[in-house]
Design a protein around this ligand. Structure first.
Ligand code: ADP
Ligand code: MG
Length: 340
């Protein structure tokens, strides 16, 4: 494959680009900002993401992927085209591009993603399944009849997949990702402290003191919000144990989602999973105690991979290098020619 080859992970919260021979070159917010009067694009990526919940009436901010599903297709395509154009600008050859699309993407949307990438300057475009490339990014060999379970915990969804022979054999997608935890913190603070906070503050709390199990040493954080009764500023204190309470139901939902998939898996694949354990990928895998909490509930080893938020982009990068090998082992790439 001569020329520049690119892999793009199109996630709910971020778009990550991997360039063959260079590695990950950027990770930017999956956000776009338009002028409210003429729909002209004002900015794309991090500069748009920073405006979340802060835009004046003259601007419209879109985060077009919600809960792991494309809710605003036009904006998604514009974001993708913007980044591919940025990457291809100085390239002599039209690059091959592998795109990891959100799990809920329909075949019609796959086709439109391929077309958008081609018109933005890509040569050959392939759309892949995120669980497969996350498993590759975690360093697993998936081109053999050995079952692997990957739990990808992103901002919008928790995607559970059993992979064998390079293909997803069983899967389940839950609306139980990092965004739902941010919402749970907003609700908790409103109910228990009578304070309104925004999602960005909730996210900061999650990253600073969040946990999926009681921490060995309880942490506390001081924040400011808007008193929901008086409308005045109000300082409040929140602890890691309180965040654990706020997250309990979501963690239980993820646990039940995994059990649901395990129930469908035939015994031979099941024993592969039991011996290899379950791999946690995606940014939310960083939540302290999540691997341990799930491992204790399932009585199966659960391991957080290194650099979990970049697993999909790295796996797509691996695919770029090994396309022939993966095809020989039966992996079915979906390109412009094969998407009807
Ligand atoms: N240290 C952390 N603790 C808790 N959550 C985290 C941490 N780091 C990242 N996250 C969460 O991971 C999610 C993003 O994961 P990512 O895999 O990048 O998402 P996506 O693929 O959906 O764009 C966000 O909800 C973010 O808040
Ligand atoms: Mg992701």
């Amino acid at each position: 494959m001569p020329g520049l080859n690119i892999a793009i992970d199109l996630g709910t919260s971020s778009v990550t680009a991997f360039v063959q021979g260079k590695g990950i070159i950027f990770s930017e917010s999956t956000a776009i900002c338009y002028d409210a009067y003429d729909d002209e694009i004002i900015c794309v990526g991090n500069s748009a993401g920073e405006m979340f919940e802060k835009t004046p009436e003259s601007l419209i901010l879109k985060k077009p992927i919600v809960d792991g599903i494309i809710s605003d297709f036009t904006s998604t395509v514009k974001i993708l085209a913007y980044f591919i154009d940025k990457l291809c600008k100085n390239s002599v050859f039209r690059p091959s591009v592998i795109i990891s699309a959100p799990s809920g993407v329909t075949s019609l949307e796959r086709k439109a993603i391929v077309e958008a990438a081609c018109s933005a300057g890509a040569g050959k475009v392939y759309v892949t399944d995120e669980p497969v490339i996350s498993a590759l990014g975690a360093g697993l060999t998936i081109d053999n009849p050995h079952g692997v379970m990957v739990l990808d915990l992103g901002a919008g969804s928790a995607d559970i997949a059993v992979i064998t022979m390079g293909t997803v054999a069983y899967c389940n997608s839950l609306r139980a990702g990092g965004d739902k935890m941010d919402e749970a913190i907003v609700q908790y603070v409103r109910k228990n402290k009578d304070v309104d906070i925004g999602l960005a503050t909730a996210k900061k709390i999650k990253h600073t003191i969040g946990c999926a199990q009681h921490r060995s040493e309880e942490l506390e954080m001081f924040c400011v919000g808007k008193d929901y009764i008086t409308g005045m500023p109000k300082n409040f204190e929140i602890s890691s144990n309180e965040i654990y309470e706020a997250f309990k139901d979501i963690i239980e939902e993820i646990f039940r989602g995994i059990v649901y998939v395990l129930e469908q898996v035939p015994p031979e694949l099941y024993s592969d999973i039991c011996s290899e354990g379950i791999l946690l990928t995606g940014g939310l895998a960083r939540l302290p105690g999540l691997d341990k909490a799930l491992s204790e509930k399932l009585t199966i080893k659960v391991t957080r991979v290194a650099d979990p938020e970049h697993c999909a982009a790295k796996g797509a990068g691996y695919m770029l290098k090994n396309m022939k090998k993966l095809e020989d082992h039966g992996y079915n790439f979906r390109s412009k020619e094969t998407i009807e």
